[in-house]
Write a protein that binds this ligand. Structure first.
Ligand code: PGA
Length: 260
């Protein structure tokens, strides 16, 4: 049987379109001492593209990995405004987020496109963090599992079994992102177990080592409960990752000190 301890927890900060290079560098200076002793978890920060270089330099020598928030699957060429995997690799990115719901919704990214990005990242030795998740409308129509299964299978379509262990899946219910509404730990666990089941169907025993992050209003106050669930192996954190003390508490599974 699987247990949370079989898989190394992975806590990732997704800064979205927040923090330029100077702010990212200041964040690293404050954050790194706070997590210096955290050696049983993987820590990842995904800043905007323009901060990757300087944040990467600030993180060098630490155990904190650098991630991109997006990538274009083409190797190079006439794709104005886009960034290729080789460029991310040059800056030392260890991970790349693909298929975030904001990209799916606001920029109409399909799961086929997400699959091409995940494949391109892996080919460059960068681990994809593949996001899936249903909207409130879809959940209320009892379609959450069908939506998540469809996104998952199509987004992983180009990942062969022998590379699947390098993929991280992030389940982020759209209705919980940036809203302060978190899925209850039990509700999240139910979908995570469902995702693990689908991963078993795709990859057999490798599914036991694929990490599945939860995302959507994760904060210091709820991370411990969320992480206590069997099939939740980490978190993808937006708002609460912007402050170094807050993200450090999340990484360390610490509750904030009671001040009120
Ligand atoms: P949030 O964002 O933590 O602000 O809800 C999570 C995400 O979108 O990755």
């Amino acid at each position: 049987m699987s247990s949370p301890h079989q898989r190394r927890p992975i806590l990732a900060a997704n800064w979205k379109m927040q923090k330029g290079a100077a702010e990212a560098t200041a964040f690293a200076a404050a954050f790194l001492p706070l997590v210096a002793g955290a050696d049983s978890v993987d820590i990842v920060i995904a800043p905007p593209f323009t901060a990757l270089d300087r944040l990467g330099q600030a993180l060098s020598g630490s155990a904190v990995a650098l991630a991109a928030q997006n990538v274009n699957p083409e190797a190079s060429g006439a794709f104005t405004g886009e960034i290729a995997v080789s460029m991310l690799r040059e800056l030392g990115c260890g991970y790349g987020v693909v298929g975030h719901s904001e990209r799916r919704a606001l920029y109409r990214e399909s799961s086929d496109f997400v699959a091409a990005k995940a494949e391109a990242l892996l080919a460059a030795g960068i681990r994809p963090i593949v996001c899936v998740g249903e909207t409130l409308e879809e959940r209320e129509a009892d379609r959450a599992e069908a939506i998540v299964a469809g996104q998952l299978e199509a987004s992983l379509a180009r990942i062969p079994q022998d590379r699947a262990a390098e993929v991280v899946v992030a389940y982020e219910p759209v209705w919980a992102i940036g809203t302060g509404k978190t899925a209850t730990p039990e509700m999240a666990q139910a979908i995570h177990a469902f995702i693990r089941e689908r991963l078993r169907a795709l990859y057999g025993a490798t599914a036991e080592i694929i990490r599945i992050q939860y995302g959507g209003s994760v904060k210091p106050e709820n991370v411990r409960d969320i992480m206590s669930q069997e099939d939740i192996d980490g978190a993808l954190v937006g708002g609460a990752s912007l402050d170094p003390a807050s993200f450090a508490r999340i990484v360390l599974f610490q509750e904030p000190e009671a001040t009120q």
